[in-house]
Structure formats: structure tokens, C-alpha cells
Ligand binder design. Sequence first.
Ligand code: FAD
Length: 317
Amino acid sequence: MKVIEHLKKAKGTLLSFEILPPLKGKDIRSIYQGIDPLMEFRPSFINVTYHREEVIYKERGHGLLQKVRVRKRPGTIGICSTIKAKYDVDTVPHLICGGFSREETEDALIEMNFLGIDNVLALRGDAVKNEQHFIPERDGHAYAEGLIRQIALLNKGQYLHEEEEEAAPTDLCIGAACYPEKHSEALNLSTDIAYLKRKVDAGAEYLVTQMFFDNAKYFAFVDRCRAEGISIPIIPGIKPLTTPRHIQFIPKTFHVDLPDDLAKALIACKTKEDVRRVGVEWSTAQARELKERGVPCIHFYTMGRSEAVRKILERVW
Ligand code: FAD
């Protein structure tokens, strides 16, 4: 079922999880181990991220360097299909512009449709490591807006090269990303929301936010989006901090602020367990307030770690 149908039918706040494909060489059991402890909370859908190749340079002697492209976490669509079949839960593969030509994008969408997947989260992706800016493929999309447009056209039966009568339309529900604290490259929140509106006009049917640690920022962002004419559901995404490494890694990687009270509590932590406790308590309070205020769904970034999310859900769900 489509995410948008889940949201329309919902009588209260829904729940969704986001997971990562395992590192290359691991098998599907590592995914099951991450999901099994969470399934009793009956998520409406599970997202699986997409990881672009990384560029590495290998020494080849005589001062020569060989440029090699490596994908560490392949398998997004296959994992979605397997989870859907095993747990009878809807899945949302992430699809990015980076590294994809329009033809390759179409192939991926055909595969999703063929496997009975009803949803896709359409993203641009980040710049490859070692590159300053995002560079699209020669025939690829420069922004998520273009990707959304391509999916919307495919949903009308407009393939890149086929005659209409030869290929049936797909029927994929399109989600897109948004950033309550603005995207790192955006000039300011106003321009970011203006581009967000273009994604919605192109065919995005719902939005999922970047993680945030201050609910007030989410509510203010939703208000601004509504004022700019964005009326589709905006699903808040939250992530419990679980290790001391997160304290540096999360603000730097996801360009989000930690509120003063959370920062103070984390600085006062003496052990890993203290950090985990503070992280879980903070996200529990966030989830409780979001649920009380009737958000359409809470999306948990599990990053393959179910323990902390389970603790939160035991208290809130
Ligand atoms: P866009 O919407 O294209 O925006 C990118 C930037 O360009 C923004 O600054 C925006 O203001 C600006 N912009 C947008 N449209 C235009 C336009 N038409 N003209 C000029 N400027 C424009 N990354 C992954 O690699 N894999 C994942 O699985 C993944 N999952 C994610 C899930 C969520 C919920 C979120 C919030 C992010 C995810 N990301 C993922 C990260 C995402 O790919 C990066 O944040 C990326 O830098 C931006 O993607 P976007 O789709 O928001 O880009």
C-alpha cells in the first residue's frame, strides 16, 4: 500500500523505521536481526536507504594512482522486496540522482514496480567524497525535483523511449526530503522552502524531515511550509543519540543543532551508558510530544540499531 494511503486511513500517529543495507558481504539475516525487535510495534512502512559508490585511489607503483569506484552497501531494492515478503509490511526504497543516468533511474523504477513496491523516496544524494559539489551524471538529474518529475511521468506511462501503448504506467507514491533547519547548501530557509515547493508541484506526495532534536523547529517549519502553500503531510524524522561518537558526528554530518539542554546533559556524561540514557530520554520526550500533538507519523532513523528505538517505543507507543 502507498504511504499516502496509510496516512489517509490513519486514526492516530503512525510509525515508520529507516534502515541501512548491511555492509557488502553480510547477508539478509543482519537486516532481520535489526528489524525483528521492532516489528511488534507494527510500523506502517520501512524505508531502506541507498548508498552511492565511493571513490578511492589505489597506489599502483611508480607514482601512479588508480581511481576506483566502490559501493559498500548495495541492495536497496532487493532488501525492500525481501522485507515486504517476509513481514508483510510496506517498504520505501530510497532512490538518488547521484550516479544515475535517466535510463538507469527508469530501470530502477521498473524493478520496484515489478516487485510490487508501491513507494519511493526521491532524493538528490550528496557529493561524492573528494568532490566539493554534487555533480550529476551527464544524463542524470541535478536536483531531486527532476527525479520526481521523471517518476511522475512514468506514473502516467511516459517512459523515456517507449511508445505509450507498449508499456503500462507505474503507480509509485513519491516521497521527498525536507530540512527544518535548512539544507546545508541552501542560501537560507526561505529559498530552501521555495525549492521544496517545486518538488511538491513536480509530484511529491509527502515529505520526511531530516532528523532534528528540537521539536519547536519542526513545528515552526511546518507552519512556514503551510504559509508557502505546501499542504502535503510532513513526517518528522527523529534519531536517538546512542554513542559518544554521535555527539560530534551527527551535527557535522546532518547539519543540525543540538539544543542547549541536550548539549549540557551530553557534556556531563561520564560513560557510554550515560550518553545512551540521555539520548533515549531525549528522543522519548520528543516522540511523546510529537504524538500528543498529532503528527501524521513518526519516522525513526534506526541506522541498524534497534535497541534504543525499542526502549523509546516501549515508553511511548
Ligand atoms: P534537493 O531537493 O535536490 O536539494 C538540494 C539542494 O539544492 C538544496 O539546498 C535545495 O535548496 C537546492 N535546490 C533544490 N532544488 C533546486 C533547484 N531546482 N534549483 C536550484 N537549487 C535547488 N542520501 C543518500 O545518499 N541516500 C539516502 O538514502 C538518503 N536518504 C535520506 C532521507 C531523508 C529523509 C533525508 C532528509 C535525506 C536523505 N539523504 C540520503 C540525504 C540527501 O540525499 C542529501 O541531504 C542531499 O544533499 C539533498 O537531497 P535532496 O533530495 O533534499 O536534494
